[in-house]
Design a protein around this ligand. Structure first.
Ligand code: FES
Ligand code: FES
Length: 215
C-alpha cells in the first residue's frame, strides 16, 4: 500500500500557496520576474547569454555599405543596407520625402526621379546601383519663388487634386521634354502611362505638359 504523504513531505517548490497569507505584493513579485524575463526575451536564470549575440548588439551594421550619390547638386555619403531601394535612401536617409511611395512595385510612378537626366522608378532600383550617379528629385527641380516651368504649368492647369501622384507626374513630364514623343495628346498620354493618378486629373496633366512643350 502506498503511503500518503503529509503536507510536510511535499517539496517546498510545490507547496500549495495559501491564498490567505499570499500578499498582492508577493504575488506580483513572483509573476513579474518570470513574466518580464519571458516578455523581454531575456535568458532564463542559469542560461548563459551567447557571446556572439552580445557582439551583434554592439556592432549592429557590419553588413552595411557606404555609398556616394549626388542628389540635387549636393554630394551625399550614405551608409545603407545593400537591400535599400533608391526611394528609401532618398526618403528615409536624406529626408527627401517629395518622392512618394505609392505601390512600391513599379506600377504607379509616384516615386519617379531623374537619374543622370533620365526618369526612373526609384522603388524598383537599389541605391547601391547608383554610386556616383546624379539624382534629381522634385525638391531639386524648382523652389518656391523659382518654380520649374512644368511646376508652374501644373499649378496653372490644376494638374492635381490630392497631390500624391504629382511629384512623380512632374518628374516624368520634365524627362519627357527630352524624349522622342509625338505632338498629339494621345502621344503624351502614352508616354505618361506609367504615372497613375487615382484622382483622375489626366486631362489637366496633359494640358499642362502640352503647354510647356509648345513653349
Ligand atoms: S511607388 Fe514606385 S512605381 Fe509605385
Ligand atoms: S492628384 Fe490625387 S492621385 Fe493624382
Amino acid at each position: 500500500m502506498s503511503e500518503k504523504k503529509s503536507g510536510a513531505d511535499v517539496p517546498a517548490t510545490h507547496a500549495p500557496i495559501d491564498s490567505a497569507t499570499l500578499s498582492r505584493r508577493n504575488f506580483l513579485q513572483m509573476v513579474g520576474v518570470t513574466g518580464a524575463a519571458t516578455g523581454l526575451g531575456l535568458p532564463k536564470a542559469g542560461h548563459a547569454v551567447p557571446l556572439a549575440a552580445t557582439a551583434e548588439i554592439k556592432d549592429a551594421d557590419p553588413g552595411k555599405l557606404s555609398l556616394k550619390l549626388k542628389v540635387n547638386g549636393s554630394n551625399q555619403t550614405l551608409r545603407v543596407d545593400p537591400r535599400t531601394t533608391l526611394l528609401d535612401a532618398l526618403r528615409d536617409h536624406l529626408q527627401l520625402t517629395g518622392s512618394k511611395k505609392g505601390c512600391d512595385h513599379g506600377q504607379c510612378g509616384a516615386c519617379t526621379v531623374h537619374v543622370n537626366g533620365r526618369r526612373v522608378n526609384a522603388c524598383l532600383s537599389l541605391a547601391a546601383m547608383h554610386e556616383g550617379d546624379e539624382i534629381t528629385t522634385i525638391e531639386g527641380l524648382g523652389k518656391p519663388g523659382s518654380l520649374h516651368p512644368m511646376q508652374q504649368a501644373f499649378l496653372q492647369h490644376d494638374g492635381y487634386q490630392c497631390g500624391y501622384c504629382t511629384s512623380g507626374q512632374i518628374m516624368s513630364a520634365t524627362a519627357l521634354l527630352h524624349e522622342p514623343c509625338g505632338s498629339a495628346n494621345a502621344d503624351v498620354k502614352e508616354a505618361m502611362s506609367g504615372n497613375i493618378c487615382r484622382c483622375g486629373a489626366y486631362s489637366n496633366i496633359v494640358a499642362a505638359i502640352q503647354q510647356v512643350r509648345k513653349a
